[in-house]
Every structure is written in structure tokens, then in C-alpha cells.
Design a protein around this ligand. Structure first.
Ligand SMILES: Nc1ncnc2c1ncn2[C@@H]1O[C@H](COP(=O)(O)OP(=O)(O)OP(=O)(O)O)[C@@H](O)[C@H]1O
Ligand SMILES: [Mg+2]
Length: 295
């Protein structure tokens, strides 16, 4: 590309380590006068996995929704792969794009939510095939092949004909990931993808996400799974009160946080994790006793 819309508009160059796939500058967003994002800057480079941490209400979901324009922003700019999201810049003034053009931008970004929202009347395979056919107008045969490969990728190649109600939460979430990937997105956004799952189903979803990261997908993941953040994230971003408090490699932010707000959040997370593990151990113990049977 010979023109770069980013240069000239600000002091930001963003060029030092190659162009970021996501380039967010001073993003602000308020709901009814309540400022929820207070100037978020964030760059995510191709292939990078960024885990977004922060207490409830800190603006994590809102920020993800702003990236793919499920929410409009009040100030700042977000580029994804060089595209200014949601707006057109005409000599420095932003004009909102038409819904159609925003939908086209959104198509390049996969999003996985806490709730999987699969179509209940479609099978697993049909759920995965739906958008590429209906939205992109792709040929059914090619989409079907891709969908079958995706089912395999998420460990569900034996479930093409299952309806969502016949699948566990973990399986449904893996279908939801496959469905997002079927659109061949440049970027995947995950908003607490495992927090609605029974604890024993969390691992299978994280495994799929870990593999996706290894395969080079660019990902922004809002999660409370500290183990995942520690192992998989290239960078951890801690948000609180609508600002980025600190960020860096997990070895720094998680193991050696510099800010008290980060420290107290991580302490709380650790306590929750411990309580969680204890509950799991107790459940396993009870199950073990049940298995013993008569001597
Ligand atoms: N559509 C909306 N209308 C009004 N207020 C909203 C809306 N969406 C979010 N908010 C408010 O914005 C703030 C940030 O919400 P957001 O959902 O982004 O937080 P979060 O960090 O994702 O929290 P959680 O960890 O609980 O998911 C909250 O105070 C929330 O109540
Ligand atoms: Mg949220």
C-alpha cells in the first residue's frame, strides 16, 4: 500500500515494528454521560495474542465491541489492517460509514462471546456454514469442506449432525469458534469464552484457542483464566476504570505487577482460582469415593 491514512493525522507513527493489525488511538466511549473508555491506546501486531484483564465494569467488553463497531466510538480512532473502523476520514473530519460498509468491515473480524448463541434449529455443520454462504455468498461445496475441516480442528469431527441442544457447553463453544473461523477472519476477539462453562469443560475450549494462537491467529482475549494468559499471551493488558493501567509480557504483568490496582486484582483472581481448585478437588474426591464400590 502506498498511502497510509495514519501518517499526518497525529504524532503517532506506529511503524517501528511493522504495521499493527489493530491500531487503537485514544478511544473514548460514554453511555449516557458515563465515560466507560477514557482514552484507550492499543496496538496488536499480526500473530500476537493479547489477553485483556480487568475488574468487572472496567470496559473490556465495550472496547472489544468498539473494535468491531458493535458500538460506535465517541473519540479516537481504531484501524484494523489499515481500515479505519466505522468511519471515513474526509480531510480530518470523521463521517460514519453506512451500515453496509460497517458490516463489511465487521466480516473480517471473528467474535466469540461468553454465550455461544448458536442457531438452535441448525446442526453444528450448518451453523458453521451459515455465514459464509448467506453473508459472503460463497459456494456451498467449498464452504462445506472448510466447515468439516474446522469441525476437525475444534475436535468435533464426529458431530456434524448434532444440534446445539445435543451438545455440551464446551462443545457448543467450540462450534462457535469454528463458526467464527469459517469467515476466515483477520482477527479473533474473545469475550470471556469460558466463563459460562462448567469447570470441567473449560480446558477443551482453551486447548482450541491455544492451538489457534500457535497457528498464528491474531487474538484479543478477555479472560479470567490466568493460566491461559500466562502461557499463551504475548502481552497482557490490564484495564481498570476505562484506562489501560499497565501492560507487558505476562511474566511482568502477572508475576511482577507494578501498580497496586493490578496487584489487588490479581490477588482476588488468585483467591478465586484457589477456591475453584478446592471445589474441583472436593468434587473429584466425592466422585472417587463413589467409584470405589464394595471391597
Ligand atoms: N449498552 C450499555 N449501556 C449503558 N451502559 C453500558 C452499556 N454497556 C456497558 N455499559 C457500562 O459500561 C461499563 C463497562 O462495561 P463493560 O461491559 O465494558 O465492562 P467489562 O470490563 O466487560 O466488565 P465484566 O468483567 O463484568 O464483563 C459498565 O459500567 C457498564 O455498566
Ligand atoms: Mg465484559
Amino acid at each position: 500500500m502506498s498511502t497510509d491514512t495514519r501518517t499526518g493525522s497525529s504524532t503517532d507513527t506506529g511503524k517501528s515494528t511493522g504495521d499493527p493489525l489493530v491500531h487503537a488511538v485514544n478511544v473514548t466511549k460514554a453511555f449516557h454521560g458515563n465515560e466507560v473508555l477514557k482514552g484507550i491506546d492499543m496496538d496488536v501486531h499480526p500473530g500476537e495474542v493479547v489477553c485483556l484483564l480487568g475488574p468487572s465494569g472496567s470496559g473490556k467488553t465495550t472496547f472489544l465491541r468498539c473494535i468491531n463497531q458493535l458500538e460506535s466510538i465517541d473519540g479516537g480512532r481504531i484501524w484494523v489492517d489499515g481500515d479505519l473502523m466505522g468511519y471515513e476520514d474526509r480531510s480530518g473530519t470523521l463521517h460514519r460509514l453506512t451500515d453496509k460498509r460497517i458490516a463489511a468491515q465487521r466480516r473480517e473480524i471473528g467474535m466469540v462471546f461468553q454465550r455461544f448463541n448458536l442457531f438452535p434449529h441448525l446442526t453444528a455443520l450448518e451453523n458453521i456454514m451459515e455465514a459464509p454462504i448467506q453473508v459472503k455468498g460463497e459456494k456451498k461445496k467449498a464452504v462445506r469442506e472448510r466447515a468439516l475441516a474446522l469441525l476437525d480442528q475444534v475436535g468435533l469431527k464426529d458431530k456434524p449432525s448434532a444440534y446445539p441442544a445435543q451438545l455440551s457447553g464446551g462443545q457448543q463453544q467450540r462450534i462457535a469458534i469454528a463458526r467464527a473461523l469459517a469467515m476466515q477472519p483477520k482477527l479473533m476477539l474473545f469475550d470471556e469464552p469460558t466463563s459460562a462453562l462448567d469447570p470441567e469443560l473449560v480446558g477443551e475450549v482453551l486447548r482450541v484457542m491455544r492451538q489457534l494462537a500457535q497457528d498464528g491467529m491474531t487474538m484479543i482475549v478477555v479472560t479470567h483464566e490466568m493460566g491461559f494468559a500466562r502461557d499463551v499471551a504475548d502481552r497482557v493488558v490490564f484495564m481498570d476504570g476505562g484506562v489501560v493501567v499497565e501492560q507487558g509480557p505476562p511474566s511482568e504483568v502477572i508475576s511482577n505487577p507494578q501498580h497496586e490496582r493490578t496487584r489487588s486484582f490479581l490477588r482476588r483472581m488468585r483467591q478465586e482460582e484457589e477456591a475453584h481448585e478446592k471445589a474441583l478437588e472436593e468434587a473429584a474426591h466425592l466422585a472417587g469415593l463413589g467409584d470405589e464400590g464394595p471391597a
